[in-house]
Design a binder for this molecule. Structure first.
Ligand code: NAD
Length: 464
């Protein structure tokens, strides 16, 4: 099939290259001319395992980056919209969706054949039919359901595992306004014959994406709340508590030979320093606002966000138990990306923790295998040094804070073993074996430091 994709970010690029891998001819469009020029030269604008091989294999043969939207749309049979849907003033902004739909509509005005437009961006229920459809009709002078097919196909890829997730989908949700649009979307995904396809209307497809992300965000905030409660009691470690919760057979079913199936959802039932990234915080916010606009109370998800927004304060509070004043303290921050495997720092815990430490006078040494360039641009702080390797990052520091569990950071206990004066380690991901570190603090574990009389934990959290 000939496909055009409007918006060549994480989703557009991964979708484009993976569809090319399946044999489709794909033009990926973006308004960012520099990004398209680099892509045309074979340079990826983002880090994602496996994407470089796909670009090498398909650039110029089945994959064509371009800024010429009209040509890309006219030469294709189906167009996907994968532009950003950011939050503005607490609600989803559809400005990129509207302008993409308008440009696609204008191109379709010059195309005689039937064409299908599919929204892949995450949008609140009703957007495809009430916003994208009318914009296409206005700009093209054509009719949705007659000359133009319209659909909604949410994307479930996880950054860091995006290529793998796209190639091996757990479900393909296809919302459409009519049977003909469904037929074309099924044709697009025909190479993924093993994947379960859910054919539904566009509003249900839009809601499935929000429900999926809201569930995962809820599990994380639930785990963090349990962790914070565990840390209030002596000898209760959230790792033991949630580890045993995972063994509930309704979560990890027993197999007939008394083995276990450990579902990957247990990865979301772990305490840490909070969720970030381009999706969970944004999507939960958008859903809360959408519910409020529709006079539906959104109590649980409001608490999920509040819990998350306070969670990075737990990390700083643990550090302050050892150093009530952070002035002049050298702190190594390990992990800047919102999770391992990506250079995406959007809403990363590091972007909250580092400024909080710097404000209190700490000298921060920030380390990440791939996300340093992004953080240099995002944080204009003088008191941050950057370290390329773990060894460099921990040299002569008073404390180490782990925020992203990159596998390369897990050798920390080996590196600290022979030091005469061990730095304090604050494990924001509960990734280390606590017995292997002399001065260890972890989320969901009662602090080993003696609380100084008059030390006000609430006050610490309120400041950051
Ligand atoms: P992104 O910001 O990485 O990319 C969006 C791209 O669209 C940018 O390159 C931008 O220049 C381009 N763009 C904007 N307006 C355009 C226009 N009129 N014409 C052509 N290009 C235009 O965004 P993303 O992370 O890929 O997310 C895209 C959508 O997919 C969002 O709705 C997001 O919520 C959703 N989503 C993202 C992920 C993820 O992991 N990143 C996963 C699932 C769904």
């Amino acid at each position: 099939m000939h496909v055009s994709i409007v918006g060549t970010g994480y989703v557009g690029l991964v979708t484009g290259l993976c569809l090319a891998e399946q044999g489709h001819r794909v033009a990926c469009v973006d308004v960012d001319t520099a990004k398209i020029a680099r892509l045309a030269d074979g340079v990826l604008p983002l880090y994602e395992p496996g994407l470089d091989e796909l670009l090498d294999r398909h650039l110029g043969t089945r994959f064509f980056p371009t800024t010429d939207l009209e040509k890309a749309v006219k030469e294709s049979e189906l167009t996907m919209i994968t532009v950003g849907t950011p939050i503005e003033d607490g609600a989803i902004s559809l400005k990129f969706i509207e302008s993409a739909a308008d440009a696609i509509g204008r191109a379709l005005g010059h195309k005689p054949d039937y064409h299908v437009v599919v929204v892949k961006s995450t949008v609140v229920p009703g957007t495809t039919e009430d916003c994208v459809g009318p914009a296409l009709e206005r700009a093209s002078g054509k009719k949705v359901g007659v000359d133009i097919g319209l659909g909604m196909n949410p994307e479930f890829l996880r950054e860091g595992e995006a290529v793998e997730d796209f190639q091996n989908p757990d479900r393909i949700v296809l919302g459409a306004v009519d049977a003909r649009s469904h037929e074309w979307m099924v044709r697009l995904y025909a190479p993924f014959h093993d994947a379960q396809k859910i054919l539904t209307n566009t509003r249900t497809a839009e809601m499935i994406k929000y429900a999926s992300n809201a569930l995962l965000a809820t599990l994380i905030s639930f785990s963090n709340e349990i962790g914070n409660l565990c840390s209030a009691a002596p000898d209760v470690d959230v790792v033991d508590v949630l580890g045993a919760v995972h063994l509930d057979k309704r979560i990890s079913p027993l197999t007939p030979d008394r083995g276990r199936i450990t579902p990957s959802i247990t990865a979301y039932l772990r305490a840490g320093c909070g969720f970030g990234g381009s999706c969970f915080p944004k999507d939960v916010r958008a859903l809360i606002r959408w519910g409020q606009d529709h006079q539906r109370p959104v109590r649980l998800l409001t608490s999920v966000l509040e819990t998350n927004e306070a969670q990075h304060g737990e990390v700083v509070a643990l550090l302050k138990k050892h150093f009530p004043s952070l002035a002049g303290i050298r702190v190594s921050v390990l992990g800047l990306a919102f999770k391992a495997g990506t250079d995406d720092i959007r809403e990363s815990p590091a972007l909250r923790v580092i400024p909080a430490l710097v404000r209190e006078g700490a000298q921060v040494i920030a380390c990440d295998p791939v996300a340093i360039p992004a953080v240099r641009l995002a944080l204009d702080e003088k008191n941050i040094q950057y370290a390329q390797s773990l060894t460099e990052a921990i040299e002569g520091v008073d404390a180490i804070v782990l925020l992203t569990a990159w596998p390369e950071f897990l050798q920390l206990p080996d590196l600290l073993e022979d030091l005469t004066e061990a730095p304090v380690v604050i494990d924001g991901r509960r990734a280390f074996e606590k017995a292997r570190l002399r001065r260890y603090e972890g989320i969901g574990l009662r602090s080993t430091a003696v609380t100084k009389p008059g030390f006000d934990r609430e006050g610490v959290e309120a400041e950051i």
